[in-house]
Design a protein around this ligand. Structure first.
Ligand code: GLY
Ligand code: MN
Length: 460
């Protein structure tokens, strides 16, 4: 938890940004695993609630009155029976005082306050819910069908929260550096442990254990696979063989819930084949050039397209692409190999604020989402500003199903040499990813360096 002044300043900033009415911020509760009393071991507070209140406890909510400036924290103290099973916990009043909130009330007092505001015709601003318990509460309180809650969420509140959370303060950057220090330890251990005969599951368990041993957890489910071409592959059932290309995309979340998100790809047994090395170096070059292009004012979509162009050029050098590459990228032919976006904001969420709507986080009134396959998946397209932290993660993948479909459709035959792709059919995928902060004059790559040059990886 940060100093209470930080939360007070953030809440004052939020109250300034919303015109009128009540702002309702809901915390999370623990989620049942297989029956009510057996919850997931890792509980997770809502990130916006955490941003404004810093409290990790389950079952909290807050109301901020835009007109009066009053802020109330709602929750319930533990009963004696709770204490028998769970031990003593700070009271609600103690929690509130730690983060500078003067007023508390029981959770049951929240519904009547909302009902009163509703009957007085005051707007009640709430964020799009993603947990079922909060959906049900909002449905009951606001009398809105569950399926319409996201549509009825307050755009004014979403925009206000996004404008604050998008610019990371030095205290947040310091937490992200900590997340990345743990993430580096996870990646180095996996690299050193990736020997023929070991399983993906053993290495995923090793990485998860390191994250947990630092008092936090994972910032998202581990992707660690010899089938790196399956973008969000959470299967860990393979045994590693010498020469397999292993893609590891995983990161730690600190105890304060700031995320790291790093990808490295390397050969099991320590030596790249000529084919692997050629593709790897194209991706690495695209990643490093994209990072170098980052500065305030540049549109991230332009950095994405630059990376796509760079990789298309490398693929043309290998004979896999052909023709005019500006046209190829403009038409989206590169997406056969690079079907995702270059990166996303990161902070309290690995895809930061994705629950609030990517159109408000990564896009603006003048920067709209493309509907072209590949670029449509870009989560961040807008102009970069100092304080933004985001990922840079180009990749090249050989996805047999996609290749077959495009080939059958004779898609982009002017730009893609389908015959030349055959020897790469079982290649898998390469992605390289780092986390970057925009400074006043340029960028800074966050976290300790994690090996990514071919020689470094082979030596390790
Ligand atoms: N780390 C997974 C992703 O960025 O989607
Ligand atoms: Mn990522």
């Amino acid at each position: 938890m940060f100093d209470k002044n930080i939360y007070q300043k953030r809440r004052a900033g939020l109250l300034d940004k919303v015109d009128k009415g009540l702002i309702l911020l809901l915390g999370n509760v623990d989620v049942a695993y297989n029956y009510k009393g057996n919850t997931y071991a890792h509980s997770r507070q809502d990130s916006s609630f955490l941003y404004y209140f810093g409290l990790q406890q389950a079952g909290l909510a807050a109301l901020l009155d835009v007109e009066s400036g009053a802020i109330t924290l709602f929750g319930d103290d533990l009963t004696l029976e709770d204490v028998v099973w769970m031990g003593p916990h700070p009271s609600l009043a103690e929690l509130a005082s730690e983060v500078g909130v003067p007023q508390t009330a029981t959770f049951a007092q929240l519904a009547p306050q909302l009902a009163k505001a509703k009957s007085a015709g005051r707007p009640i601003h709430f964020l799009p819910p993603y947990r079922y318990r909060n959906m049900l509460l909002l449905h009951q309180w606001m009398d809105i069908p569950v399926d319409d809650l996201s549509k009825k969420a307050s755009i004014a509140l979403v925009k206000a929260v996004v404008s604050q959370r998008s610019h990371k303060g030095p205290e947040e950057v310091a937490e992200m550096e900590k997340a990345l220090a743990v993430t580096a330890e996870m990646h180095l251990s996996v690299m050193k442990g990736a020997k023929p005969g070991r399983t993906e599951a053993e290495l995923a368990g090793l990485a998860e254990g390191i994250a947990a041993s630092h008092g936090g957890y994972l910032s998202y489910p581990i992707i660690l696979s010899i089938n790196g071409h399956i973008l969000h592959n959470h299967d860990h059932s393979n045994v590693l063989k010498a020469g397999d290309l292993l893609l590891g995309d995983f990161g730690a979340e600190t105890a304060s819930c700031y995320a790291g998100d790093i990808t490295r790809t390397f050969p099991v047994g320590g030596t790249f084949s000529a084919q692997q090395k050629a593709i790897y170096e194209i991706v690495l070059h695209a990643e490093m050039s994209a990072i170098e292009a980052c500065r305030p004012g540049i549109r991230y979509r332009d950095v994405h397209l630059q990376a796509a162009r760079n990789m298309a050029e490398g693929l043309k050098g290998l004979g896999l692409m052909k023709g005019d590459l500006d046209d190829a990228v403009a038409q989206g032919a590169h997406a056969l190999f690079f079907p995702h976006g270059l990166g996303h904001m990161i902070g309290l969420d690995v895809h930061d604020m994705e629950d609030l709507g990517e159109q408000y986080v990564g896009y603006t009134d003048s920067v709209h989402r493309s509907d072209q396959f590949g670029t449509a998946y870009l989560r961040l397209a807008r102009e970069l500003e100092p304080g933004f932290v985001f990922t840079v993660e180009p990749g090249i993948y050989f996805i047999p199903e996609l290749i077959d479909q495009w080939r059958t459709e004779k898609k982009f035959e002017a730009f893609i040499n389908y015959e030349a792709i055959n020897p790469y059919r079982h290649f898998g995928g390469v992605r390289v990813e780092d986390n970057v902060l925009i400074t006043e004059s340029g960028y800074r790559v966050l976290g300790p360096p994690i090996p990514k040059q071919v020689e470094e990886l082979e030596t390790l």
